[in-house]
Ligand binder design. Structure first.
Ligand SMILES: Nc1ncnc2c1ncn2[C@@H]1O[C@H](COP(=O)(O)OP(=O)(O)OP(=O)(O)O)[C@@H](O)[C@H]1O
Ligand SMILES: [Mg+2]
Length: 263
C-alpha cells in the first residue's frame, strides 16, 4: 500500500492551470484505483463543479460543512459515475460570506482550513486541494499538505507568481513546480519561456511539464473526465506516479515532448 498523498495545488495568479491539474490528477489516481478526495477551495470561480459537469447538482458544499449545516459525507459528491473512487467537495459560495465572517474572524482562509481539516481522513489515499488564485488559502492549508504543486504557464507574470507562491510555502515538506499548458513550439521558437528558464526563475524542482492540449479544454466544456490517452493526461499520469514516489522520466509516453526540443 502506498502512503497517502496530501497535495495542495497553488499559484497566486489566476488562469495558470491549477484546476486542470487538480482534476487531471484526481482522474488519473481514481483510474488507478486510488480513493481520491478533491476539494475545491476556490471561492471565486468554483471551476471544479463546471469542469466535472456537476454545477448546481451538489446539495451541500465546503461552506455548509464549515457552518455545520451538513456532515463531511453530505458535503461531497461523486462527480463521475464511471469513477466511483473520486469524491469532490465543491467550493463554498460567496452567498455564505456574512455567516462565515461571523463565525471565522479570519474569513474564508480560516474557514476553508477548518473545513479541510474536517475532511482529512484515512478513507482516502489521495487528497487534492485546489486552492484557487491568491496566496492566503494555500498558506492556511500548508500545514495539512505533504506536497505543494505550484503551477505556472509560460507568461512572465505567471512565472513570477509561481516563484512568489513557492516562497510562502516553506512549511510544506515538498514544493514542486508544474509547468502547465506548455507550448513547445513557442518555446522552440523563443516566443515563450522555455522549461529551463522557468525552472531557473522559480528555483524549484520540476515535477511535471503538461503539454498544451486543446482536448483538455474540450473535456472541461463537456464536463467529462479527460481521456486517458491525451498527451496532457499522460503527463498527469507521470506526475501521479512521481507523487507516489516512483522515478518516472519527465516525458515518458508523451508524444512530441522530446527532451532536446524542450530545453
Ligand atoms: N494542458 C492544457 N492544455 C490546454 N489548455 C489548458 C491546459 N491546462 C489548462 N488549460 C486551460 O487554461 C485555462 C485555465 O486553466 P484552469 O482553470 O485550470 O486555471 P486555474 O489556475 O485553475 O484558474 P483560476 O485561478 O481562475 O481558478 C482553462 O481554460 C483550461 O482549459
Ligand atoms: Mg481554478
Amino acid at each position: 500500500m502506498n502512503s497517502p498523498v496530501h497535495c495542495l495545488i497553488a499559484s497566486s495568479k489566476g488562469g495558470v492551470g491549477k484546476s486542470t491539474t487538480a482534476l487531471g490528477l484526481a482522474v488519473v489516481f481514481a483510474r488507478a484505483g486510488r480513493r481520491v478526495l478533491l476539494v475545491d477551495c476556490d471561492v471565486s470561480s468554483r471551476s471544479l463543479e463546471l469542469f466535472s459537469g456537476t454545477a448546481d447538482k451538489a446539495l451541500f458544499h465546503l461552506g455548509d460543512l464549515v457552518l455545520q449545516r451538513c456532515s463531511p459525507e453530505q458535503a461531497c459528491i461523486v462527480p463521475f459515475p464511471e469513477l466511483p473512487g473520486l469524491t469532490l467537495c465543491p467550493a463554498p459560495s460567496r452567498l455564505e460570506e456574512s455567516d462565515i465572517l461571523e463565525k471565522f474572524p479570519g474569513g474564508f482562509p480560516e474557514a476553508i482550513a477548518c473545513g479541510c481539516r474536517t475532511l482529512v481522513s484515512n478513507a482516502y489515499d489521495v487528497i487534492l486541494w485546489d486552492t484557487g488564485s491568491g496566496y492566503e488559502i494555500p498558506r492556511a492549508l500548508a500545514s495539512l499538505a505533504h506536497v505543494a504543486l505550484v503551477c505556472t504557464e509560460q507568461s512572465p507574470a505567471s512565472i513570477r507568481a509561481a516563484a512568489y507562491t513557492a516562497s510562502l510555502l516553506s512549511d510544506v515538506p515538498k514544493v514542486r513546480l508544474v509547468i502547465c499548458s506548455f507550448d513547445i513550439d513557442a518555446a522552440r521558437h523563443s516566443e515563450r519561456a522555455g522549461m529551463l528558464e522557468m525552472i531557473d526563475r522559480c528555483n524549484l524542482k520540476c515535477a511535471a511539464v503538461i503539454p498544451l492540449d486543446p482536448k483538455m479544454m474540450k473535456a472541461q466544456e463537456n464536463g467529462t473526465p479527460p481521456a486517458e490517452k491525451l498527451p496532457a493526461m499522460r503527463a498527469y499520469a507521470n506526475l501521479a506516479k512521481r507523487l507516489e514516489g516512483w522515478d518516472v522520466p519527465l516525458f515518458s509516453g508523451i508524444r512530441g515532448m522530446k527532451r532536446k526540443h524542450a530545453l
